[in-house]
Design a protein around this ligand. Sequence first.
Ligand SMILES: Nc1ncnc2c1ncn2[C@@H]1O[C@H](COP(=O)(O)OP(=O)(O)O)[C@@H](O)[C@H]1O
Ligand SMILES: N[C@@H](CCOP(=O)(O)O)C(=O)O
Length: 322
Amino acid sequence: MAVFTTVSPEEASALVQRLQLGTLVDLRGITSGIENTNYFVTAEREGRRTEYVLTLFERLGFEQLPFYLHLMKHLAGRGIPVPDPKADASGEILHAVCGKPAALVDKLRGSHQLAPSNVHCHQVGAMLARMHLAGQDYPRVQPNLRGLPWWVETVPSILPHLDGAQRQLLEDELAFQRSHAQSPAYLALPRGPIHADLFRDNVMFEGDTLTGFFDFYFAGVDTFLFDVAVCLNDWCTDLDSGRLDEGRAQVFVAAYQSVRPLTHDEVRLMPALLRAGALRFWISRLWDFHLPRDAHMLKPHDPGHFERILRQRVETPWHPEP
Ligand SMILES: Nc1ncnc2c1ncn2[C@@H]1O[C@H](COP(=O)(O)OP(=O)(O)O)[C@@H](O)[C@H]1O
Ligand SMILES: N[C@@H](CCOP(=O)(O)O)C(=O)O
């Protein structure tokens, strides 16, 4: 489960009061998730109950968090359905609970769509593009902290845990991505704040209607194409084989392009970015699996899934239809 830090009702109650949200009526640990401690918090004010999500950040520090929290506020202010962080009387949205950095945000309505069809891919694609456009005037800058420099730093600690074929694949792909990242076409790709982890379990639907995106704590300034690739590798991928589902992928990209058309180079570089998106999550899953922080408390995701996806993307490059 992902409650690394136990929050008492007294501590949660003090926060709820400080944020002038009424009185605490319920506090429930959330057992999914792998990064942070999360609780559902219910508060009552003037006879009305509202649900929030309390997150205690277990890896990120006070210096990195303003980028994520203000980005959510910025996007929420522009009509993108993302949780709005709650401020105290002085306007501060980054709090401290149990000595850890913490935030309290709106709980989004709905549930995850874990078996997405074209209808869901269409909505995520269009909303992703809206989010990219809405983020373009966001003034804060922070790189994607799970980008190339982190891959380069992390791979040596993972290699001893792999067999020969896996080592070869990881080293070859890292070399390819390092060289690709120097190419003029890559360096000229459109950039801005991206979510960078918009998987099926970070999006909510009510029925077939998208109600929001959450979990912005891997966001950063990076190429928009990387965000599209991360989504295609999850929303439009057959989970057993790792193959891209051509139909869903075309729908996703067409919906994205109906809001923000891809440039010629974005279309051209799609295969390399699909590989980058697969590599990023293969590395983080291997890292969580072989070098866990607190093994009894979390269930690492299967790294083999992204190894399969990476092999598929190398063998079968994919471009969207014009
Ligand atoms: N703002 C939110 N609204 C509704 N549910 C949320 C929200 N934030 C988190 N959750 C729930 O908590 C779970 C774990 O959150 P997540 O951000 O994925 O954790 P972690 O960052 O630890 O991986 C999600 O799968 C979702 O069910
Ligand atoms: N989406 C990533 C893991 C990140 O965890 P999250 O629970 O914060 O989304 C993966 O599937 O490896």
